[in-house]
Design a binder for this molecule. Structure first.
Ligand code: S3P
Length: 168
């Protein structure tokens, strides 16, 4: 089966939005940032969606944005950190393409995400740690996993491109 979409999976700060554009240009594909798609559709930043309508509304928009990808091919998609938690989303990702877990230790993620409110779920340490632990089992169901903390974005792309050429 030919793979036409690659989904980057992982916690906030794992590098999905950094690796995504690099990978898409190496593949000659388009880059889709699912959070940006949601913001564009709603006309407001993610933090406003959370503040005004709450997380469950955001999750419905996230699912709808994922569904819309059925109409797009040859794209690299950076999923938000929570998008791979709902089973229906994971099934959809599996149906549409190939998933790569950008695996990064919590200590490193903590240094990468400023507590500036742009990520409503990146709060105090105990809550972030609990969220991270609760999501790991889902991330680990991805088709491919890369430890990213000691690798440059270029190296990460190289590993994905190699693996993709074997997987297609
Ligand atoms: C979220 C991660 C964010 C964004 C939203 C919720 C999460 O995306 O979708 O704030 O639940 O982990 P990034 O992983 O790109 O920061």
């Amino acid at each position: 089966m030919t793979i036409t979409r690659v989904f980057l999976v992982g916690f906030m700060g794992a590098g999905k939005s950094t690796v995504g554009p690099l990978l898409s240009s190496r593949l000659g594909w388009t880059f889709v940032d699912l959070d940006e798609e949601i913001e564009h559709c709603f006309g407001n930043p993610i933090r406003t969606i959370f503040e005004v309508h709450g997380e469950s509304h955001f999750r419905s928009m996230e699912k709808a944005a994922l569904e819309r990808l059925k109409d797009r091919k040859n794209c690299v998609v950076a999923l938000g950190g929570g998008a791979f938690v709902a089973e229906e989303n994971r099934l959809l990702v599996r149906e549409l393409g190939w998933s790569v877990f950008l695996d990064c230790p919590l200590e490193v993620l903590l240094t990468r995400c400023p507590p500036d409110g742009t990520r409503p779920l990146f709060q105090d340490y105990p809550r972030v740690a609990a969220l991270y632990q609760s999501r790991l089992p889902f991330y680990q169901t991805s088709d491919f996993r890369i430890e990213v903390s000691n690798r440059t974005p270029d190296e990460i792309c190289g590993l994905i491109v190699n693996r993709l050429s074997n997987a297609s």
